[in-house]
Every structure is written in C-alpha cells, then in structure tokens.
Design a protein around this ligand. Sequence first.
Ligand code: CU
Length: 177
Amino acid sequence: MKNVSLLAITFFIFSLVSRVVYGATAKAVIQGTDESSALVGSAQLQDTDEGLRVEMSIFGAPPGIHGIHIHENGSCEDKGNAAGGHYNPMGVKHGFLVTEGLENAHAGDFGNIEINDAGEGSLLLVLPGLTVAGGEHNVEGRAIILHEKQDDFGQPTGNAGGRIACGIIQVESETNQ
Ligand SMILES: [Cu+2]
C-alpha cells in the first residue's frame, strides 16, 4: 500500500514537471493592404515554456515565397506603412530570429512563408524570448506584415519589397492555464 501511494505521488509530481505550461493567447486577423485584395489570414499566438508559439494561415496570396515580420506599430494604415519598421527592441541587425536569436536578429524577424499555387500557406514557429503577456519583448498590439517578395536576409531589412497584408496582434486571454 505504501509503495502504491509513493508511486502515485511520484507520478503526480512527474506529471506537473513534464506538463507543457501554456500561457496567454493572442490572435491577429490578417487582411490584404490593397482594398481590392482577396488576401486573408489569421495568426494564433501563445506563450509557452519554449517561447512564443505562432501558427499562421494565409489564403488568396500570390504564390511564391514572401517575407513575414512583426513590425513596430499596431497600425495597418497607409498600405501597411504605418506599421513602421521591424520590431527591433535590441537595436541589432536583420536576420532570422528562430536560428539567430535576439542578439543577432530583429525580434520581429520571422523569415518567410511559402504560398502554394492555390494561394495558401501556413507557418508554425516557436520564437524564444517573445511574449504576448508581460515579458521584456512583448508583441501585443504590434503588426504582422506579409511582404510582396522573399526576405533574402540582406541588410537592413531583407529586400522583401512592399507590404501586401497586415494584421494587428490582439491578446485574447492573459490567464495562464
Ligand atoms: Cu517586414
């Protein structure tokens, strides 16, 4: 009997430690910046132990590879230009956050998304150091920008051209679950 309860307690503690703690969630509704654009999409964001998990789907976009970033300001006005430059709180060079980290890439450097011949694309990223609730590098209220061209990781911003879609990150739940 003693062994059974010890086993139960051990299992209980193990399940607490190994459980992935999902935290606050946010979403962005992405829309084409041109009024005639059929481009739509959405992004779901969630704070996790490993970083900010971002899951994105895009529909009605031109096929090919397109740069995607978080830009500084939470506005999609003026064909996305009101969103300003890349979110870059560390004042570092342009790169790819997932592989280069906050010291060597803009916090908003999400890289590229591939859009297929049907105009659809999806992306799943986990971005260390970013959050939607609290934290030092918080992206709540900032804009996700989809670009006309591929981000070639050249300086200063990846040569990705115009801004074809935009969505503002809005927190849905700040409660840690
Ligand atoms: Cu950009």
